[in-house]
Design a protein around this ligand. Structure first.
Ligand SMILES: [Zn+2]
Ligand SMILES: [Zn+2]
Length: 460
């Protein structure tokens, strides 16, 4: 794919310009209807109502904690991720959605949320501490399989410019509070410290010595490959490696005084806020720029192999790795699809799409409905109507199916009298006529618009 994109490049300065191709015009109809690309998924209403609510709740929490929304491009120069995530990482070496653009540049669709935010920080040098939150699609070119998408979605936060341990606590508390708000009960927090550049070599030496001794007991893959990156053995979920690494030396026993003090303060802070957590010495990240606090939230209602619903940590070396000044940073990312699976598994956060408050039934040709829904919507009321001049029976059936609380009916008789017939569709009550003049005011009294459209209650 990359190559034929490049061949479409315009002559001259290399900037993209509309270019005609030699390909003959295709008869789209002959190929059948266009479908979403393999490994992607459409999210439509009513399911998308959950997404709206999820993002709104996250946005509110992030805003209350001083985070501002950061919108960065979906594609970046590929070298950002080669440097910022590392070529040894599978996400970059095997799965990144890379392409050459018409200008011949190596680009990539973002595989995750952190590197672009740090790139934006380095580029714009905003005042620190800089707190940013994001919601974004993330792309991985991998073989589509159950529960794995080429485009999935992430929520997250990043903070640049301070190493204060209290901020680690704040960031973890933000995620923990979010899971709680969704109603999740079975989310477990693991924490660890990766120390600093001085601690790491001492620890790796101890780990290597240990793995050398137990080489024969490791899983097939790691018996061959543990030397390349011994930290990855700690991450291995296969039972052979799990059994060996149970006894492996722990990073936390190899921290210098400053890193040990930092981690102790983080843990005290979590305790003080009542955030239950467990030290997991095998929770590590392979790259050098990850430092100090690292953490992961696991939804135990999901299968263990794929139950991480969020994680993050400090990356005090990342800004430098992508060409900026050394700047401490910390953040976390949450995969939205996985998080919603966890909600399903626990039977929580079942958001339904908002339904109309009133449904206008116009038996006089549609102009009354046109005007009334406009007035009601202006007043903050969720008003719906039928179209195409349907029969009275058809309109009333649509009104009923819409889930609206009330139908407002205008027939020839009401039009002549200057009234609207109010017919309750849910929760009982009498039909009555309301003067057309006071209709909007009455509806405002009935449906407090400051509360916004309410989800469907009672009967479905
Ligand atoms: Zn240290
Ligand atoms: Zn293994």
């Amino acid at each position: 794919m990359a190559d034929d994109q490049a061949s479409l490049r315009a002559p001259g300065d290399g900037e993209a310009a509309p270019v005609a191709t030699d390909a003959p015009p295709r008869a789209a109809a002959a190929e059948g209807p266009v479908r979403a690309p393999s490994g992607t998924k459409d999210v439509l209403s009513p399911e998308s109502a959950r997404w709206m609510d999820l993002v709104a709740r996250f946005a509110r929490r992030a805003t209350l904690a001083g985070f501002g929304l950061a919108l960065t491009p979906l594609f970046e120069e590929a070298r950002l991720f080669h440097r910022g995530i590392g070529d040894e990482n599978d996400v970059v070496s095997k799965e990144m959605y890379e392409f050459t653009d018409r200008g011949g540049r190596a680009m990539a669709l973002r595989p995750e949320g952190t590197a672009p935010i740090v790139r934006a920080f380095v580029q714009h040098h905003p005042p620190v501490p800089w707190k940013a939150w994001y919601v974004t699609p993330a792309f991985r070119y991998e073989r589509p399989q159950a529960g794995r998408y080429r485009q999935h979605h992430q929520l997250g936060v990043e903070v640049l410019g301070t190493d204060d341990a209290d901020l680690d606590v704040e960031v973890i508390a933000l995620a923990a509070g979010f899971y709680e708000e969704l109603g999740l009960q079975r989310v477990e927090l693991s924490v660890n410290s990766m120390g600093c550049a001085e601690d790491r070599p001492r620890y790796l030496a101890a780990l290597r010595a240990f793995l050398e001794e137990h080489e024969g007991e490791l899983c097939d893959e790691h018996r061959q490959r543990w030397r390349a990156n011994p930290l990855r053995v700690l991450d291995c979920k296969r039972p052979q490696c799990r059994a060996v690494t149970e006894q492996a030396p722990k990073m936390v026993d190899h921290l210098d005084e400053a890193c040990a003090g930092h981690f102790a303060r983080v843990r005290r802070g979590l305790d003080a806020l009542g955030i239950v957590h467990r030290l997991e010495p095998r929770l590590v990240r392979g790259l050098d720029y990850y430092t100090r606090t690292t953490f992961e939230f696991a939804a135990t209602a999901l299968e263990a192999a794929q139950n991480a619903v969020g994680g993050g940590g400090r990356y005090n070396g990342l800004a430098e790795a992508i060409g900026g000044d050394p700047t401490p940073g910390i953040g976390f990312g949450i995969g939205i699809e996985r998080l919603l699976l966890a909600c399903d598994a626990e039977g929580v956060f079942a958001v339904e799409a908002p339904v109309p408050q009133v449904f206008v039934v116009d038996l006089t040709g549609g102009e009354q409905a046109r005007d009334i829904v406009a007035e009601l919507r202006r007043a903050g009321i969720f008003a719906e109507r039928a179209y195409d001049n349907r029969s009275a029976k058809a309109q009333l059936r649509l009104a009923d199916r819409s889930g609206a609380t009330l139908a407002l009916i205008v027939g020839e008789k009401e039009l002549a009298a200057g009234t609207v017939r109010r017919k309750p569709l849910r929760f009982g009550g009498d039909e009555l006529d309301i003067p057309r003049d006071t209709l909007v005011a009455e509806m405002r009294l009935m449906f407090d618009p400051s509360l916004g459209p309410q989800p469907r209650k009672g009967s479905s």
